[in-house]
Write a protein that binds this ligand. Structure first.
Ligand code: ADP
Ligand code: ZN
Length: 737
């Protein structure tokens, strides 16, 4: 079977190799094991069920929530010569009937259907007649109430499973927390199950954050870099969208606005023009993007700060689905942060906390001085192995050396302490720098011993340091008022027992010219002839308009680039090109061959052989990690216990047990930021730690007894982990266990 799948990949789709996990997923589905697939946008999820559909004898039913995407997929299937049909409420009666006939006759291999249409008795009886081999559920997270776009209709899919017990189920999605994952499997009654989780690292996206000044010229420069190619610019407000779109139009850029304030028709037209390559750029609010499958978006700009890391990831994810290089530029200003903070203050206290947590996670990403992929992927619970991606501004400018900033940390922390652990960065910095600000004088903070001891650094430098101290757990920020308290690590720093390393930066988002993205030519596009590429694009557009489909449905950019690099002038040569399968060759081959032949004859260019890429033997599917390992790594990657409880849907004690087990197996806890506040005095904590030192940590009972039961076991569990994390050298203890 595996060989046949490989063959279909080449002859039908025209691709040489599978993307990560595709082959494994296809095998699993072919073995009729219910399969859950979590791959990022552009990971190639559709192929995972499309290829099995061609190998099964009965129908594959694809359940898809968005009619627009359904249409796109059916068109793409038809273009590669795979008969596919769709059923949904938006079809005209004639088409509907025609599609039903196709399914009845067994001509269609795939049926795309909206969940509510599927549930209709007549659809069910239709399918009972044809038989179903595979149920593929697209956007499977919609099934879970815990997910972000729950659709009640998806719940009814359970009944379908009962009706077709022999059909294997493939659930695919790009977003699923562990809880949602579990929900998908239980709701769908998965039995012999395989789960495949791909990395969320999108290697082809260049990540860059620059200060928000000269915004327009930065934007224009990026547009110039991808001249005549598609891009999305996200703004925070409708007004900003309208303004920027006008400015760009004045600059001669083909740009259109998109936001909820425009009429339906206007929105639809603008989106359609973008998809059909009639306009290059869409300036939009976050209302834009759902249901857009355009694979050749070359850049995404955040003109304003995104809502949180998840939205950022989702929005930049719309760039470069075709795997070719794409740029993601974020214009950042602390002014925006203050606006958001102000906005958060207006919220109800419960919402405030969540909003602040999101904001801080985002700031951690912005202020991170190393490879940007580290905080980004950590947020999604991945511990990136490669700490230098080379595809972000920080990697590009070369990471700055860390220096010993213990003295600064001591100054800052003692100032926080002396002012009563109440104030935020601005006030602390004022005191440190000896400011005569009214508030300082009012509070008599000029009399403190820490007043004026920090004049040697600029305000900006202190600001950057304070953020670093926060991210290192030396400080805890009050989520409601923004005041700092001392964090779990602060004690040792003040006692001179622990050194702190950090970056002395002027501005965390300072742009450095070297941080510009690398030359596009060096980024995995084969050197191709731009003139021929242009001619091929024109041909593609002409055909697409005739057929009323988006140009990418005819051929992807990469296909045209390869044509313009290898100049195929025969059908055999054409079949070597990425994305040219047998059907597309017979339908479009001659028209594109004509363009190439004419061009090459004029220029005297011969056909160049395309280097053969052998299908790479994929490494075996990832060995599934044990739960405590995943939890341990997630914690080490900077998530707090509370976040872990949420992510893995476990109780606090369970989370702590997992962490302890993780450590016992020889893994380090890389941080001591538990995010747990215990109602204990520092004397109590100290005495527990002293007993741990004396009596060991293997058993808690002796410590409990020594303290005459003054401290409960739940607290002791937490303290033991804090103790471990703060004393990384307790290997012996572990061995003795
Ligand atoms: P997803 O649904 O995961 O966002 P798609 O299934 O839409 O991703 O695939 C994204 C793009 O990648 C599509 O244009 C698809 O044709 C292409 N693609 C999928 N698999 C491969 C492959 N093995 N080699 C090359 N291109 C692929
Ligand atoms: Zn990097």
């Amino acid at each position: 079977m595996a060989d046949r799948a490989q063959k279909i990949l080449k002859t039908v789709f025209g691709y040489d190799t599978f993307r990560p996990l595709q082959a494994e997923v296809i095998n699993s589905i072919l073995e009729k094991k219910d399969t859950l697939v979590i791959l990022p946008t552009g990971g190639g999820k559709s192929l995972c069920y499309q290829i099995p559909a061609m190998l099964f004898s009965s129908l594959t039913v694809v359940i898809s929530p968005l009619i627009a995407l359904m249409k796109d997929q059916v068109e793409q299937m038809q273009r590669v010569g795979v008969p596919a049909a769709m059923l949904n409420s938006a079809l005209e009666t004639g088409t509907y009937r025609h599609n039903i006939a196709q399914i009845k006759s067994g001509a269609a291999r795939l049926l795309y259907v909206a969940p509510e249409t599927l549930m209709m008795p007549r659809t069910m009886s239709l399918l009972a007649g044809t038989g179903v081999d595979c149920l593929a559920i697209d956007e499977a997270h919609c099934i879970s109430e815990w997910g972000h776009d729950f659709r009640p209709e998806y719940r009814q899919l359970v009944q379908i499973r009962k009706q077709f017990p022999k059909a294997v189920c493939a659930a695919v999605t790009a977003t699923a927390t562990p809880r949602v994952r579990q929900d998908i499997q239980t709701t769908l009654g998965f039995k012999h199950t395989d789960t495949f989780i791909g990395s969320f690292n999108r290697e082809n996206l260049y990540l860059q954050i620059v200060p928000k000044d000269n915004s327009l010229s930065r934007v224009l420069r990026l547009i110039q870099r991808f001249r005549d190619q598609a891009g999305i610019i996200y703004c925070a407000t409708r007004r900003q969208v309208d303004e920027l779109a006008l400015i760009l139009q004045d600059e001669g850029v083909s740009a259109l606005p998109y936001h909820a304030g425009l009429s339906d028709t206007m929105r639809r037209t603008n989106q359609e023009r973008f998809i059909r390559d009639d306009t290059c750029i869409i300036v939009a609010t976050i209302a834009f993007g759902m249901g857009i499958d355009k694979p050749d978006v070359r850049f995404v700009i955040h003109y304003d700060m995104p809502k949180n890391i998840e939205s950022y990831y989702q929005e930049i994810g719309r760039a470069g689905r075709d795997g070719l290089p794409a740029d993601c530029l974020l214009l950042f200003s602390y002014g925006d942060v203050y606006k958001i903070k102000h906005f958060i203050q207006q919220k109800a206290p419960t919402e405030r906390r969540a909003a602040n947590t999101h904001l801080n996670a985002f700031l951690r990403f912005v202020e991170w001085p190393g490879c940007r992929r580290i905080p980004l992927l950590q947020y999604f619970g991945e511990a990136p192995a490669n700490v230098k991606c080379g595809q972000c501004d920080n990697c590009q400018k070369g990471q700055k050396e860390q220096i010993d900033v213990t003295i600064f940390a001591q100054k800052f922390l003692s100032c926080v302490y002396r002012t009563g652990e109440l104030f935020g960065a601005a006030h602390i910095i004022n005191v440190l720098r000896g400011s005569k600000a009214q508030r300082v004088i009012q509070l008599k903070h000029q009399r403190l011993s820490t007043y004026g001891i920090g004049r040697d650094l600029s305000k900006k430098q202190w600001q950057s340091l304070s953020r670093q101290f926060l991210h290192q757990g030396l400080l805890i920020e009050d989520t409601d008022y923004g005041g700092f308290r001392l964090g779990p690590n602060a004690r040792d720093v003040l006692k001179n027992k622990k050194k702190i390393w950090g970056w002395l930066d002027d501005d965390p988002a300072d742009e450095n010219d070297k941080a510009a993205p690398p030359d596009l030519k060096k980024r995995d596009i084969p050197g191709y002839d731009r003139d021929l590429f242009q001619l091929l694009k024109e041909k593609r557009k002409e055909i697409a308009d005739q057929e009323k489909v988006p140009p990418y449905v005819v051929f992807a950019d990469k296909t045209l680039m390869e044509m313009a690099a290898y100049f195929p002038q025969t059908e055999a040569g054409m079949l070597q090109i990425h994305g040219v399968g047998e059907t597309k060759l017979s339908v479009y081959g001659s028209e594109f061959l004509n363009v190439i032949q004419l061009f090459c004859r004029k220029q005297g260019i011969p056909e160049k052989p395309k280097p053969v890429t052998k299908p790479i033997r994929k490494p075996p599917a990832r060995v599934k990690k044990k739960r405590h390992e995943v939890i341990g790594e997630t914690f080490s990657a900077g998530r707090t216990v509370a976040e872990i409880m949420e992510m893995f849907a476990v109780k606090r004690q369970t989370a702590l047990d997992h962490l302890y087990r993780y450590w016992c197996e020889g893994n380090p806890l890389e941080t001591d930021n538990f995010g747990i506040h215990l109602n204990l005095s520092s004397q109590q904590t100290d005495s527990v730690f002293t007993y741990f030192e004396k009596l060991g940590i293997r058993r808690l009972k002796p410590v409990f007894d020594a303290l005459a039961g003054e401290i409960d076991y739940p607290d002791l569990f937490v303290l033991r982990l804090m103790f471990i994390a703060q004393n990384a050298l307790m290997v012996d203890e572990r061995v003795r266990r």
